[in-house]
Design a protein around this ligand. Sequence first.
Ligand code: AMP
Ligand code: GLY
Length: 422
Amino acid sequence: MKILVVGSGGREHALCWKLKQSPQVEKVYCAPGNGGTRLVAENVPISEKQISELVKFVQQEQIDLTVVGPEEPLAHGIVDQFRAQGLKIFGPTKAAAIIEGSKAFAKDLMAKYKIPTADYRVFSNAKEALAYLNEIGVPIVIKADGLAAGKGVVVAFNMDDAVAAVNQVFSSGTHQKVVIEEYLEGEELSLMAFVDGETVIPMPLAQDHKQAFDGDLGPNTGGMGAYSPVPHFSQAFIDQAVEQVLKPTAKAMLAENRAFTGVLYAGLMITEKGLKVIEFNARFGDPETQVILPRLAGDLVDILLACVNHQLDQIEINWNEQAALTVVLASPGYPGPYPTGNEITGLEALAKFDDLEVFHAGTVYDGNCIKTAGGRVLAVTGLADSLEQAQNRAYQGIHHLNFYGMHYRSDIGNKAINQRIS
Ligand code: AMP
Ligand code: GLY
């Protein structure tokens, strides 16, 4: 089989790496890919935005299956366009990807189908939104409706920030609605599942670290590190989350004529009042994928095909007992502006270790060496029998690596390692 992975981040490198291990796969392509995907796939210089070009490429090369990493092409209907040409593609249609693309849609869906989430109101003009803010006060969460590349959410602890956030949403010109949401406190978890429209098979639980700095301080990022399993949450908790959130959501999407096929990602917050959904994503998480896929025991191709062919109820998915922990190495200044084009050293030294995988995100090979090309540059995943050991391996690995201004969190996994099973 020939497979195309669409995207260019650490998630896509992990997908290419796992797909390449399948005995069914003859060749993996990645469009556009990065400096790391070229080691396991052939990079194709077509951006994820050029959907018609991707269709042509897949037809020309007779590619059997396309796997979409990022949200943007999904929201633009890449799956619909591929299906219209009779091409096999893994991911939700435009109608289903709206669960990530519109916060207002996701909130209304949860309210209608009684899926636990924070209280909220949706407004389509600043005046009414500001009046509501005055009534409800802070702390409060302001969410722009529509894709915002992780930048659409402001958790405001004072009125000035809350007002500025609402004004920002409506002055940007790209958003027509704002969601104003009850502030929740608790631990965040990522629970993803494979879904074929009807059948839902959860992946193991993972925990992301969204803030830029140690101790969950600083601005929100795409994710600075992750680990799986999350041993301080029991299997009973996961089962409950699957029954209360993932299964009813897949069912709700069916009932709304928006059958969801692909990876459904629930961002959960564990509050004193129980679990609540913070957000849905319509794709694999990044960097969660860099710890989940190394734990997948079987062939990823079988699972993706079962989703696409609506046969997920006919397969079994097994996970290994290993713990995986990944630390993101970022460019200086990320998530704000950052420099690019700086040489990365030390990658060869890590290639020989079986218990370390370096997944590239913002990197490029310039024909001579690997250079930085994005905010999140690399994700270094350690694999071991325990989370502590996986954490040690990841941080030991990082000591070999360097690029100008490289920064990373030094506390990835500490929440689990410092706790007992609840
Ligand atoms: P989202 O893009 O909706 O996942 O939001 C980004 C981040 O903002 C989340 O990972 C949380 O850390 C934070 N956040 C979102 N909604 C809430 C909420 N209702 N209460 C507290 N924090 C939130
Ligand atoms: N790691 C969070 C996300 O993929 O949205």
